[in-house]
Structures are given as structure tokens and as C-alpha cells.
Design a protein around this ligand. Sequence first.
Ligand code: PLP
Length: 426
Amino acid sequence: MSDEQHLDANVPGNPAYHFTILPAGSPARVGWAKRGPMVPGASLATRCVHAGVQPDPAYGAVMPPIYLSSTFAFRDVCTNAGYDYTRSGNPTRAALEEAIAQLEGGSGATCTTTGMSAVTLVLNLLPAGSHILSTIDCYGGTFRTLEHLKGAAGLKVTYLDLGDLAAVRQALEQETALVWIETPSNPLLRLTDIAAVAALARARGALTVVDNTFLSPVLQRPFEHGADLVVHSTTKYLNGHSDVVGGAVVAAPGRTALLQRIQSMNNLLGTSQSPHDCFLVLRGLKTLLLRMRAHEAGAQRVAEFLAAHPEVAAVYYPGLPGHPQHALAKRQQDGFGGMLSFELKRGTPERVNHVLRTLRWFTLAESLGGVESLVAHPASMTHASMTPEARKRAGITDSVIRLSIGIEAPEDLLADLGEALGSLPQ
Ligand code: PLP
């Protein structure tokens, strides 16, 4: 039976237009997928919109359906449509994985329930007793997991300022299996030269992992600098609307064996992301480029405002020419991002708390990367899981205030900060 036999209705009064309804199972339905899943050579703006997405072969839905089914029927013994059980694979998740892999320029990705499950997945790739070199001011949850695995899996961890390449060279041991980079770091926005550290790691046979949560692939693509794996908390910029927790691990181009290992580890650990949450992150990706530009424009204005304010002792933002790694930021990144931290002159708890309590447009909350601006106190919130000694070593004092700049009008944010700083207790 040919598809053309299924003429169903004409447009009334206009016989030139005939509607053809393709029957279920028609091979022509697959013809909707004109582009194929890859968008080679397309610019980042185009990839944000189209990567991983093509009209659904069943009905031509422009956005991928949310395949909530936990299980998939076999057509016959050992014959199915590529999916059998949602923990191991799901079409909605596959669309998001393809999209993130294309944005990062990787060979593929696997999406997880949270950013922390993405971190855990990567650490589970290592044999017991492996040595890890980690940035000293990694995210508090990553620090807590590394500390846990020291006991549980016998991992050995050295925390280091990865900006000090001589120290990195010295700290790399024969059995170092992995170097953990977070750049810019949280909350002090220190940078690591990915290319330099990845080259040292490669020479020792160690994998380089970059947590790219703070910048997203719009502003930094670690594979272009030699990383082996990229990790994301998609909870942050990739989703961008503060209504999902999620994570992703992406393998470098050409690393198919590594890709298979991260995919099967996600299945093994049972950390794969729910189809509904994948759909939301995929929707968020479409505006990622626009949002990142707005976050960054606002952050630059806020950083300059704070740097000139008489009550402010220090501003940590790579977009300021005075940032010690401003040149590296320009070289390694395509922008400076939407995160910054600052310290008050006389940063007593009373004065710090005044700022945290007084701001109107900045919500006092954990997390970052959403469309709304947030303020956080790392010592009591995001980095409370670090020991006081570890915080001290990382330079995270009790007076550091972290801002995640949303996409509101920068003038409103400046006015808000101006009011809070102008009414500080003396
Ligand atoms: N990596 C970074 C840099 C983060 O900031 C966070 C969370 O704040 C995580 C990982 C963990 O992500 P999640 O909260 O989605 O588990």
C-alpha cells in the first residue's frame, strides 16, 4: 500500500491542496528526520536550537515527546526499536545527550539525575586506590564526595591550586588516574589553564576532567584544550530556569571506548535522568546562548560597580582587567560568565548578613545559573560541607559573598546592591 493512496481530505474550496495522512508504520514518516541527528558545521547559536532534535517520526512533533514509559515492547524475540528499559536508555534522554554532546563538541554524553551523580559516575570509573589531583576550591559537594571515597574506595586525593603548574607537575604521581579541574572555580573564580594541566596529565596517563558548570559550552569548551571528560550540573545554566536538578558527563571526540564506559556506568549505578527532566533541560538549551550573553553583560556591570564601591574590599570576576588571570580568561574562554564573588571592607558577620538580608532582587539561595539573580554565603551554604581548615586553605573566608547574576535589567541589580551597601552598619 503506497502512502499516496491515503488522501484524506481536501482544503474546502481549494482543490490545489490535498492532505495526505501517512499511516502508522509508513516508511515515509521517517522522512521528517531530514537533518539527521547531527548538525555538522552549524554555529553554536544554531546548535543550541537544533542539536539532538528532529521532528518525531511518529507524528512530526517539533519538540521531542516525553517518553515516560519505563519499558519498551519487543517486536519479536531479540528485536526492538533500540530501547528496552528507561534506566539503560530512553529516546527523550537520548535527544538531550546528543544535544549536550554537540554543544561541547564531544563524542557523546550521558545524562544523570543530578550534577553530583555525574561527579560520582566519573569517580566510579577509577580502580580502588587510585590517586586524584583536584583543584583546591572545588564545589563543596565534590569535595565531600572525594573525602567519602578516600575511606570507601581507598582513593588518594591531593588538593592543589592548579594554577601553580610546577606544583601540579610535582604532585602528579605514577598512579595518578585523574585530574579534577573546575574552572572558573567556585566561589573565588580562580582559573586553571586547561591545556597546560591536561598536557601534564596526559604525559602521566591520567584523565583530565573539567567541571564546566560555571561557563557552559557557550563560553568554554574544554575538549578544545585537551580535556578527556566534561562534567555538568545541568541544574545550573544548561537548564537555566531553576526547576530541574540534573547532570551530564560528556566524552571527548573520538573517545568511543570512554563514552561506552560512562554510558554503562550510568546504567550500572542507576543514576540516569528522568525523561521529564531531560525534556526540560532540552527546552532550556534552546535559549542557552541568549541567556549566557545576558548573564555575562549583567555580571560585567555588577563587577565594575562593586570594584568601584568604597565599601568593597575585593571583587572576584575574570572579566575585570585586575583579575590575576584576566589574560588566561580571554584566551581560554569565549566570555567571562555570570558568576562573581566579593568581600566587604570590615566583613564582620553583622555587615555580611546585612547585605544578604537587604537585597531585594537577589534571592538568598543556593545554586546558580538560573534566570533570576541569587546571592549566597559560601561559608555557611554552598561550601559548608568543607572543613573550616579546607575552606581556609582554599581562601574562602566567612566574608565572601557570591552572586549569580540573572537576566534582569542590570540597572535594577546595581540599584539593589547600591542600597544594601549604602545602608551597611558602621
Ligand atoms: N559542580 C558545580 C560547579 C556546582 O556548582 C554544583 C552545584 O552547585 C555541582 C557540581 C553539583 O550539582 P547538583 O547540585 O546538580 O548535584
